[in-house]
Design a protein around this ligand. Sequence first.
Ligand code: ZN
Length: 274
Amino acid sequence: MPEGPEIRRAADNVERALKNKTVQDVFFAFPQLEDYEDILKGSTVSRVDTKGKAMLIRFDNGYTIYSHNQLYGKWMIRNLYNYPKTNRQLRLALHNEKKSALLYSASDIEVLRDEEVSSHPFVAKVGPDILSEEVSEDVLFQRMKDKRFFRRKWAILLLDQGFVAGIGNYLRSEIMFLAGIHPSLRPEDCSDSQLRKAARAIIDLMQQSYKTGGITNDLELAEKLKSQGVKRPRYRHWVFNREGASCFVCGTEIEKTVAASRRLYFCPVCQGIL
Ligand SMILES: [Zn+2]
């Protein structure tokens, strides 16, 4: 499943194709949305926001298209009416003078009035989105101390979209590694300085992954490994997907475990229980 950084990159593509342009033609596959085709036609896209794994396309006439890709949804940006050959089902199409933004396979699409967005069930419960909002280290630090989150295991908490939006499985392992947190721990077990380190790791890794297309490893190290002929899956992450390989920091074998039914990778020394 794509994580926050991948969704933000998809949103950037949609925004590049549509922003500040008048929508000339609209298609919704779902009959309950058909009435919105005429309402949105002739309006202008003002921006494209993300809220974790959801996308919000904002129009200048007070409407917003909410979409959540779940596992299967995929955006494709094409020259006008130049549909790709695909077996996927077209669910939403927005066309302007030059481009067509096409959403395939997604089933979770709604049209909302702007004032309804914040009370939408998903938007209302999802946590701050590092890549679409200004979120400080301090805000995250305070959030970790909130009683809703403080006593839950990190390994569960980091995948909870209500804590921070957009963290998925590879980011979870990478954040815990960078913060030096063992998979068995909870925020309650950590010192304040470790919590701040975790807050910093969440912000830095999400932003770096967004900018680099998914590289969470140290960028100099990744570049060096790449120049030595190491393949991307082997230099992309600190620990994720590296079971049995040597930790880039201490040389210890990376271990794999399962938490919240998903695989989690960690270094038993860098993330030792103190
Ligand atoms: Zn290590």
